[in-house]
Ligand binder design. Structure first.
Ligand code: CU
Length: 68
């Protein structure tokens, strides 16, 4: 298991937090995600053998936000 912090541009409200949180959680291999509105970042725990940062960032983009 690995933990990464991803900064996300475009998070404006709790609706965004829920949306992007669901998008990240839907990636197979993601075990836990916590999106923080104040910091504009997501703390993601995932299994490296099942997914990677690129796939998680793709899911964030598909939800309409910009991972940094
Ligand atoms: Cu919003």
């Amino acid at each position: 298991m690995v933990q990464k912090i991803i900064r996300i541009e475009g998070l404006e409200c709790n609706h965004c937090v829920v949306r992007v949180g669901r998008a990240i959680a839907s990636v197979k291999g993601v075990v836990e995600v916590d999106v923080n509105l104040e910091n504009r970042e997501a703390v993601v725990n995932f299994e490296e053998v099942r997914t990677d940062l690129r796939k998680i960032k793709d899911a964030i983009r598909e939800a309409g936000y910009k991972p940094i």
